[in-house]
Write a protein of this length. Structure first.
Length: 197
């Protein structure tokens, strides 16, 4: 899958990263899953269906064919499910957008990037490893705190948002929807100039 083929189609695959299971759903590490669920509803795609190692829905937005995907392989093995889905002949030339939580951004902030390293995120590392490329779009949703709690980072990312954080998370997810829709309609350069502040 060359960088050129990724950047030249009207077909988008949007991947939300997270961990499967009710115990993880409302945790910080599952913002990607939350985004996919919101997009399924917003774009009238019905409900997610099981497709191999992922939950999947398909539809259209702004004239683009859209596949929405939630890998079910657990975060650190996300790339396995993504690679399996991308190997289908009809998906080979699609643009890929990965949505995930980011400890390096303050809670409520978000950033769109066209390519780059994993930045320490194990789910993104797995995708890079399995696809053998960093040439995919990514939307980073901030979960970092000004005064992070002491202890294991894994414990923090697998913790739930507090009631005080709920409104900030809701606003960030809504802003994330706006970023994604802008990306599909206006392209990456315009969208990054509008939202990456």
């Amino acid at each position: 899958m060359s960088a050129l083929s990724v950047l030249e189609s009207g077909h988008w695959i949007i991947i939300g990263l997270g961990n499967p299971g009710e115990r993880y759903y409302r945790t910080r590490h599952n913002l990607g899953f939350m985004m996919i669920d919101l997009l399924v509803k917003r774009w009238g795609m019905g409900s997610l269906q099981r497709q191999g190692k992922a939950d999947w829905a398909q539809g259209t937005f702004a004239g683009c064919k859209i596949d929405l995907l939630k890998p079910l392989t657990f975060m650190n093995l996300s790339g396995i499910a993504v690679r399996k889905f991308m190997e289908s002949s009809e998906n080979m030339g699609a643009k890929l957008l990965v949505v995930f939580d980011d400890l390096n951004l303050p809670l409520g902030k978000l950033r769109l990037r066209v390519r780059g390293s994993a930045g320490g995120h194990h789910g993104v590392e797995s995708i890079i490893e399995q696809l053998q490329t960093e040439e995919f779009f990514r939307l980073r949703l901030g979960i970092g705190l000004e005064n992070p709690p002491a202890g294991n980072t894994a414990d923090f990312v697998l913790s739930s948002f507090s009631s005080n954080e709920g409104e900030t998370v809701k606003e960030m997810l809504q802003a994330g929807i706006e970023v994604i829709e802008s990306l599909l309609v206006q392209g990456a350069e315009k969208t990054m100039s509008l939202f990456n502040r």
